[in-house]
Design a protein around this ligand. Structure first.
Ligand code: ADP
Ligand code: ZN
Ligand code: ZN
Length: 723
């Protein structure tokens, strides 16, 4: 009888803000968190059991039964479900779809699970080294030992990497590999002796282990933050707990992965990132879930790892933009990491040389505790930063004679240089180099963007417009500058100017895969390149010991970009890129070309004064009620014609008129990159002084949007990082 059967409440991966009830024969409270298969529409879907039993409002005779329970997957723990539920609620995303983001894609396919049954961790034996010394001719076995040089690996992982079970048997019978015992000890043989600052930092964090605390580790590039992470992981593993280490982009941080592997050669480590195969992600997720993995390292999606023994969360380069997901559920992995640490009562360490202003403000107001590493750990001195005033200089394809001369000198010394191009597609604003006037909006505190074709300045924040002035309204100067012009030909020009130099380009167009990136890094480290020309990606944490000169070109565009976060990103990037220079014995120099040498941002940069920069920038944000002081959300719409997108947003806004108390709701505006994938886009910015006011508004307002026509695709972005 259907009436006697328990009813389960399920989340299904469908774009609806509701859950579904199904009959759950033979199931009980222990099955909360199980994956199940259920009939839905014409087919079947995988769902997650949220609650069981529940009293359904639907008559039992009208409920359908669950088809099967995926018992090969352990039930997802309640704290994990609570994390995903929080994310779904906060980012206003359907729970079933949020679960689909949080679960590895492979988990829905039972055949991947079956292979896990007999999947031991394998390591190289001590015998292996002796054998290698004999210079054997067995390339596959050598390759296998190579693969295990980084520590224990799952058998399935090795099979997926192309080793056959035959090879594994062979290696085992020769005594070269064995099943790994769970060994969490650290190998400190190549670890440096901690300096006083590092000791203080570690003592502070370790002294408050076992409870929630947010730590902001502010340490200049090369100050030994990674060493601090390793020591904290060591302590965490020693108490039998798991450590979660979030990194911006795993393909770009192999050095960090190697250092973790080297320090914990026999520990069970897993790496989770979107580039991994379904099988690898699925295995990694299950290793985390069963508590077998001791160290979980990964990109933003790893924040959704189930970790039954979680003891520590580390977020490296916490300011990095890649922690924010830019499609689907637009979550911030850094913010969720802090929530997660709070939920589980464990410490979270946010590390950066240039923290996000959000985190910095939390440290200033006492919610996080700030720790400093103020000196480079390995002898090298910080680089000197100088500005090249280009106001009265003729540039050749973006390059000043000073920078050209510095490149020539560096080349003559046989050292490496890097020309860093700031080439983000920022919309141009109008500015006056004579008096620093900028085309500010008089209705809100954003800059107005120059639209040359229409001859207007338009605010992308509130939508207001003004004509383009002929001269500076402040000082009358007629040479106003529109920023945002490209420097595409720079590389060509450098190659022509220095025909004897080996010029390498590194940006998203030339480096698309981790393998290409590794090859490029090797070329740089081996000294196979004299001049590197590159964008953002070269700024991230790598040691290039022979690099002594960094030239920065095109920075001004970010100074006055319409996106109020652009100066923060510029400062972060330039500090990072400066950190690349002079890391070994050679001193480094950074030259920045600018038409605004008196700008406070450059002044702070020259002094390498992050806190001074943060103070100025936060004061401006506070005056404008921009985050971190106010809270923001953006509703974006896409349609064939931008007018339709705008019309949608106007209607959408009207549906919230009665709920708008305490909010600033601006006019819908076309987006900077209006056309993308043949669709035209517009956005509506909503702000409140308090996060809770904004959240309440969104919760009441969004369900009403379902009524609007479906020809327009829309999404909501809470705490947007790109406006
Ligand atoms: P960060 O992560 O802050 O950039 P790292 O931890 O990578 O800094 O350290 C920079 C360099 O200094 C590395 O080569 C590291 O091995 C070395 N290092 C770190 N701590 C010490 C120390 N206490 N003594 C000597 N060298 C150190
Ligand atoms: Zn002026
Ligand atoms: Zn405005």
């Amino acid at each position: 009888m259907a009436e006697d059967l328990p009813v389960a409440r399920l989340a299904l991966p469908v774009p609806l803000q509701r859950n579904f009830d199904y009959l759950a024969p033979g199931m009980g409270p222990d099955d909360v968190g199980r994956l199940v298969r259920v009939p839905f529409g014409k087919g079947e879907k995988t769902a997650v059991v949220l609650a069981l039993p529940v009293a359904s409002e639907v008559e039992p005779s009208r409920l359908k039964p669950i088809v099967s329970v995926m018992r090969e997957v352990p039930a997802l723990p309640r704290d994990w479900l609570a994390l995903v539920e929080f994310a779904a609620r906060y980012y206003h995303h359907p729970l079933g779809e949020a679960l689909a983001v949080a679960l590895p894609p492979g988990l829905r396919r039972a055949e991947l699970l079956a292979s896990r049954e007999r999947d031991p961790w394998l390591v190289a034996t001590s015998q292996a080294n002796v054998w290698l010394e004999t210079k054997p001719r067995a390339p596959r076995l050598i390759a296998l030992l190579d693969a295990l040089a980084g520590g224990a690996r799952r058998r399935g992982e090795l099979l997926a990497a192309g080793f056959s079970s035959c090879h594994l048997r062979d290696a085992k019978s020769r005594g070269l590999i064995e099943e790994a015992p769970a060994d969490r000890s650290a190998d400190l043989s190549s670890a440096p002796t901690l300096n006083a600052e590092q000791q203080q930092v570690i003592a502070a964090i370790a002294g408050e282990a076992g409870k929630f605390k947010g730590w902001l580790l502010h340490g200049i590039t090369g100050s030994g933050k990674t060493e601090v992470y390793l020591r904290l992981i060591e302590r965490t593993l020693a108490t039998g707990q798991q450590a979660l280490l979030l990194v911006p982009e795993i393909g770009l941080t192999p050095q960090l992965e190697q250092r973790v592997a080297q320090r914990f050669p026999r520990a069970r480590r897993i790496a989770l990132h979107s580039g991994a195969s379904d099988g690898a992600r699925c295995r990694g997720f299950l290793d985390a879930l069963t508590g077998e993995a001791d160290i979980v390292m990964g990109t933003r999606l790893a924040v959704f790892s189930p970790l039954p023994r979680l003891g520590l969360i580390l977020v490296d380069e916490e300011h990095d933009a890649s922690y924010k997901q830019q499609d689907g559920m637009r979550y911030s992995a850094r913010d969720l990491a802090v929530w997660r640490a709070h939920q589980r009562g464990v410490p979270v360490v946010l590390g950066s040389a240039t923290p996000s202003l959000e985190s910095w403000q939390q440290a200033l107001n006492g919610r996080y505790c700030k720790l400093e590493l103020s000196e480079r750990a390995a002898a090298a001195a910080p680089p000197t930063i100088r500005l090249i005033d280009t106001r009265r200089i003729k540039l050749r394809d973006g390059l000043s004679p000073q920078l050209e001369a510095a490149l020539a000198a560096c080349l003559a010394r046989g050292e490496q240089s890097l020309v860093f191009l700031n080439r983000r597609g920022y919309a141009p604003v109008l500015a006056c180099p004579a008096c620093n006037w900028v085309s500010d909006c008089d209705r809100c505190s954003a800059h107005r963007v120059l639209h040359l074709a229409e001859r207007v300045l338009r605010c992308h924040h509130c939508g207001s417009e003004a004509p383009v002035p002929r001269a500076c309204p402040q000082c009358g100067n007629q040479d106003l500058v529109g920023f945002g012009r490209g420097t595409q030909r720079l590389e060509e020009w450098i190659s022509q100017r220095f025909p004897e130099a080996r010029v390498l380009r590194a940006d998203r167009d030339s480096i698309r895969t981790p393998a290409q990136w590794i090859a490029l890094r090797q070329a740089i480290e081996n000294g196979d390149a004299d001049i590197l020309v590159g964008t953002q990606m070269l700024a991230k944490g790598h040691d290039f010991p022979r690099l002594t000169l960094v030239g920065v070109v095109g920075a001004d565009a970010s100074l006055f970009a319409s996106d109020y976060r652009a100066p923060e990103r510029l400062f972060q990037q330039l500090m990072q890129v400066a950190g690349r220079a002079g890391r070994a014995a050679l001193p480094g120099e950074v030259l920045i070309q600018t038409e605004f040498p008196d700008h406070p941002l450059f002044d702070a940069l020259r002094r390498q004064d992050y806190s001074g920069f943060a103070r100025d920038e936060l004061a401006q944000r506070e005056a404008a009620w921009f985050p971190p002081f106010g809270a923001q959300a953006v509703l974006r719409a896409e349609a064939d014609k931008v007018d339709d997108a705008i019309a949608f947003l106007v209607e959408a806004r009207a549906l919230g008129d009665d709920l708008s108390e305490g909010l600033r709701r601006f006019d819908p505006v076309p987006m900077r990159l209006v056309r993308r994938a043949r669709l035209e886009r517009a956005q509506l910015v909503i702000e409140a002084d308090q996060r809770s006011v904004l959240q309440n508004h969104l919760a009441a307002w969004l369900p009403r949007l379902a009524k609007l026509r479906r020809t327009v695709r829309w999404h909501l972005d809470v705490d947007p990082t790109e406006i």
